[in-house]
Design a protein around this ligand. Structure first.
Ligand SMILES: *Cc1c(COP(=O)(O)O)cnc(C)c1O
Length: 350
């Protein structure tokens, strides 16, 4: 089965051999307080900073999912006010999870074809502004320049960015925000069960001031432990090992970004030539480079779905209301050129 599912998604070809290596090297049973673990964790964080161009003064924490990151931010970094700017289902879920923990969460939903205008928003100082960099549900993204504009206008607020389906696929301007997170089963091309929470010194300061320590995953406990390259709980040791191995071979994020965009451009050209299939997002400025929903009449979408399965191709379902008239294609780095060709040959028939 060739997977174009936008998460959990195709893993890198080398994963089975890395899992074997992990077993042989005893990684699956190592103690998470042992010097072997500490060395592996330190190396992984170093590789993340190097390969993804994360500023060295930022802290990287291991969590188990993006959903967990939503909760950590709510419990440990938000005092009363958070503002949630989103156009799709994941941004909305983040808002709903936060609201249960911090009732001051405020929704600032916008249309998926619209690029939000920073001048139109006023936020309380000391709040947290929550942005979804790549909205996996509807295939839209916000550019780095927009995050920088929010930063400039709101110097006393923290900016938190969900980059679950774009981190490791495109260049992110980490300096323009305080909190970034992603789980690894999307753009990283790894199995699920691990996520990264990346924080600026300002975020660390804010957490210290709030001093919340009520949960096993309270930010301050995580910070104390990561100073020793560890976690308060037993982490996904195999996941961290696989991440380390994949990063060792990974290209720089600039190079990956170039390939992601070139593939995206090739997809656009392809769909220009197929009459019945169109990109859902019409506004070019908000189109995601890593996930795109394709729109077609309902009969064609159901024919494609049925036939894809028979041909060993796994496509993403359209999300929510869009389900009957769309399907989604992931454009993640682990997907090969040959697989893209196969999918294009298949789609040409419709
Ligand atoms: C998949 C996804 C999530 C949820 O990730 P989990 O690891 O399942 O918690 C959150 N946000 C975005 C944008 C996603 O694509």
């Amino acid at each position: 089965m060739i997977s174009f599912y936008p998460g959990p998604s195709r893993v890198h070809d080398e994963i089975p051999s890395y899992v074997k290596d992990a077993y042989k090297a005893g990684i699956m049973s190592i103690n998470h307080r042992s010097p072997e673990f500490v060395e592996m964790s330190k190396k992984t964080i170093g590789l993340l900073k190097k390969k993804l161009s994360i500023p060295k003064e930022y802290t990287i924490l291991y969590t188990s999912s993006a959903t967990e990151c939503w909760e950590i931010i709510a419990q440990s970094l938000i005092t009363t006010k958070s503002y949630h700017l989103y156009s799709g289902a994941f941004g909305q879920k983040w808002y709903e999870y936060t609201k249960r923990i911090r009732p001051g969460a405020t929704t600032c939903a916008f249309d998926r074809e619209v690029m939000p205008e920073p001048a139109l928003f006023t936020f309380d100082s000391d709040s947290v502004i929550c942005l979804t960099h790549n909205e996996t549900s509807n295939g839209t993204q916000i550019p780095n320049s927009l995050i920088r504009a929010f930063r400039k206008r709101n110097p006393t607020s923290l900016i938190a960015v969900d980059a679950t389906s774009s981190m490791a696929g495109v260049v992110l301007d980490f300096k323009s925000a305080d909190i970034w997170f992603a789980s690894v089963q999307k753009c990283f091309g790894l199995p699920a069960g691990l996520a990264l929470l990346i924080c600026s010194p300002a975020a660390v300061q804010r957490a210290k001031r709030i001093n919340e320590k009520d949960h096993y995953n309270s930010f301050n406990f995580m910070m104390e432990m990561i100073a020793k390259w560890q976690t308060p709980f037993t982490p996904n040791v195999l996941g961290i090992y696989l991440l380390m191995r994949v990063l060792e071979d990974a290209k720089s994020i600039r190079e990956t970004d170039r390939i992601t965009r070139a593939r995206f451009d090739a997809w656009i050209k392809f769909f220009d030539g197929v009459k019945s299939l169109n990109l859902l997002t019409k506004n070019k400025k908000v189109r995601s480079y890593t996930v795109f929903p394709i729109e077609a009449p309902e009969a064609i979408v159901s024919a494609i779905k049925a036939s894809a399965k028979k041909n060993g191709i796994l496509l993403g379902e359209g999300y929510g209301d869009l389900k009957p008239t769309t399907f989604r294609i992931a454009n993640f780095p682990a997907i090969t050129d040959n697989e893209i060709k196969t999918l294009q040959r298949f789609l040409k028939k419709f």
